[in-house]
Design a protein around this ligand. Structure first.
Ligand code: NAP
Ligand code: G4F
Length: 369
């Protein structure tokens, strides 16, 4: 008998990889989507219409829609990935963030209870390294104290505790994966890694002059999203419901990410200045780029803008994945930092080339003026 999974956040980076992973394991996969004015779901477009993949309209802020859907699908496993997931946005929309990221978790748990599925249905909650926030210890493990440092993190802390509470109060199989940052060619374009890889590709191809960033000193433990969704599944297959830190155990700064991304786009950077005055300047170019019109040695291609500073910023995340390695048999380093940056830049170099040709064609045909 194949298992049935319900994924909230199916259209997101992780939801799309998890869908592929579960379909390959023979699952019947159901996902929650929201109505939007542009109904193109880029990350899962290739799955829509395939026999074991089903989409349903519902919303994390609408209890009734969740109760009805859980009753209809009768899932063996729920992966609760839906969230307002952008930390900086949570400062501008804190109430919405709390509704979806905190109370939304409660709504899922109650939807399972209302349908009397406590004994059958296992629940994975997408918790986050942002819970460590203003960190009290480095590296961070399952026992490191939490100190959330944004409205997003405070909302996610509620999610973490309500999952623990329902596990203990109602004996439900519900767990948190405390995932550190994970990126990919499907990462949202306003998260720092993707913002950098897209900009490096555009600058190399003469489509953008300069990339503006915030805190370049911020340190993150960056992994590859495709590797991390396997862990979500492993956590729900574990004998007992437990929480796990999922991380690579390797840390880099935003500046290091940018240096490597520009390198893969053919641009060697040198850094000058401090704080708000720091600049990334072109030190060298590959022969192919030096022969082209566009970016030149000496150009400032990275600058700092206070618009991307946060009221409180989390600056030192480094995870200790020992428990996941030992108990789930998971390899935290199947994709290295260097491989991750390279695959993201390669993808974005091709994307920018395609966009460039589409635009040229549209201009030629007079579709865009
Ligand atoms: P993402 O790409 O931003 O995807 C978020 C998903 O949530 C999207 O499918 C979005 O739908 C959906 N969503 C948002 N509000 C909703 C609502 N009210 N009702 C229903 N669906 C809603 O995020 P991600 O990077 O895949 O991350 C997945 C989860 O892991 C999130 O909970 C995030 O907070 C958490 N997390 C992520 C990381 C990371 O580094 N990526 C690390 C730790 C934890 P639309 O497409 O309709 O907007
Ligand atoms: O890429 P970020 O926006 O990711 P952040 O804040 O770490 O959050 C992501 O990872 C969390 C796991 O730790 C998830 F829970 C969350 O859902 C999300 O997926 O920013 C990373 C760092 C920050 O310190 C930020 O201040 O990069 C710094 N940064 C510097 N310049 C920037 C920029 N961040 C963004 N988004 N844009 C910038 O221009």
């Amino acid at each position: 008998m194949s298992k049935t999974a319900l994924i909230t956040g199916v259209t997101g980076q992780d939801g799309s990889y998890l869908s592929e992973f579960l379909l390959a394991k023979g699952y019947e996969v159901h996902g929650i989507i929201r109505r939007s004015s542009v109904d193109f779901r880029e990350r899962i477009a290739h799955l829509e219409g395939t026999p074991h993949f089903h989409l349903h309209y519902a919303d994390m802020s609408d209890s009734m829609s969740l109760v009805k859907l859980v009753g209809k699908v009768q899932p063996d496993e729920i992966y609760n990935l839906a969230a307002q997931s952008h930390v900086q946005v949570s400062f501008d929309a804190p109430e919405f963030t709390a509704d979806v990221d905190a109370v939304g978790v409660l709504r899922i748990l109650e939807a399972v209870r209302t349908n009397h599925l406590e004994a059958k249905c296992r629940i994975y909650q997408a918790s986050t390294s942002e819970l460590y926030g203003k960190v009290e210890d480095v590296p961070q493990s399952e026992t490191t104290p939490f100190h959330p440092y944004s409205p997003y993190a405070v909302a996610k802390l509620y999610g973490y505790w309500i999952i623990k509470e329902y596990r203990e109060a109602y004996n439900m199989f519900c767990c948190s994966g405390i995932l550190f940052n994970h990126e990919s060619e499907r990462r949202g374009e306003t998260f720092v890694t993707r913002k950098i890889t897209l900009a490096a590709a555009r600058i190399a191809q003469g489509m953008q002059d300069c990339l503006y960033l915030g805190n370049l000193d911020s340190l993150r433990d960056w992994g590859y999203a495709r590797d991390y969704v396997e862990c979500m599944w492993l956590i729900l297959q574990h004998e007992t419901p437990e929480d796990f830190v999922i991380a690579t155990g390797v840390q880099h700064s935003v500046r290091e990410f940018a240096t490597l991304a520009f390198h893969h786009a053919g641009i060697e950077l040198r850094w000058e200045g401090k704080g708000i005055d720091e600049k990334g300047i072109v030190n060298n170019l590959t022969p192919a780029l030096s022969e082209r019109e566009g970016v030149k040695v000496g150009d400032v291609v990275v600058a700092v803008s206070p618009d991307f500073y946060r009221p409180t910023d989390v600056v030192n995340l480094l995870g200790d994945p020992t428990k996941a390695k030992r108990e789930l048999g998971w390899n935290p380093q199947s994709t290295s930092f260097e491989q991750l940056v390279e695959l993201m830049v390669k993808h974005d170099m091709q994307k920018v080339t395609r966009e460039h040709f589409n635009l040229a064609e549209y201009l030629e045909k007079g579709i865009v003026k």
